[in-house]
Design a binder for this molecule. Structure first.
Ligand SMILES: [Zn+2]
Length: 139
C-alpha cells in the first residue's frame, strides 16, 4: 500500500505530507490519538534545545561553520581528553584530534594563500576580457 502522506491541512493551506501512520491518513504529529504523546515529545525536544544552548554557551561553542570554530571545538576536546586517565582510547582520540587539527591548519593556510593571490591579481581577474569563456553565465 502506498503511503500518500499526512492529510492534515497546515495553517498555510498546504497538506502536511509527512509519512502517515500505518492504516491512518495522518502522521504521528497530527493523529488525535497521539496528541498527548506528541505534546510530551515537543516538550522534551524543547528541553533538549535549551540544554544544547546552555552547553554551547558554557563551552563557547558557536557551531562548526568556520575553521576557527572547528579549531576551538578540537582544542576543547583535546584539553578535556588530555585530562583523562591514559588509555588506548584516549590516545586514539588525541591522535585523531591531531590529524583533524592538521587538516584544519592546511585548509586555513590554503584559504590565506588564495586570498593573497586574489589580492595580488586584483579585480581584473574577475572581468570578462580575461575570462576563458566570457559569455559563460555566472554560477
Ligand atoms: Zn502531519
Amino acid at each position: 500500500m502506498v503511503n500518500r502522506g499526512c492529510t492534515f491541512e497546515m495553517p498555510d493551506g498546504l497538506l502536511c505530507r509527512a509519512p502517515a501512520l500505518r492504516g491512518k491518513a495522518v502522521c504521528y504529529w497530527h493523529d488525535p490519538d497521539k496528541a498527548e504523546e506528541a505534546a510530551d515529545s515537543r516538550r522534551i525536544g524543547g528541553l533538549h534545545r535549551r540544554k544544547a544552548k546552555s552547553v554551547a554557551t558554557i563551552y563557547d561553542f558557536s557551531g562548526l561553520r568556520t575553521v576557527e570554530s572547528a579549531q576551538r571545538l578540537l582544542e576543547t576536546a583535546a584539553i578535556e581528553t588530555l585530562a583523562l586517565e591514559n588509555s588506548i582510547a584516549r590516545n586514539r582520540a588525541l591522535i585523531s584530534a591531531a590529524a583533524g587539527a592538521g587538516k584544519l591548519i592546511e585548509v586555513s593556510d590554503l584559504a590565506d594563500r588564495l586570498s593573497a593571490v586574489e589580492a595580488a591579481v586584483g579585480p581584473k581577474a574577475n572581468s570578462d576580457d580575461v575570462a576563458a569563456f566570457p559569455a559563460e553565465p555566472d554560477r
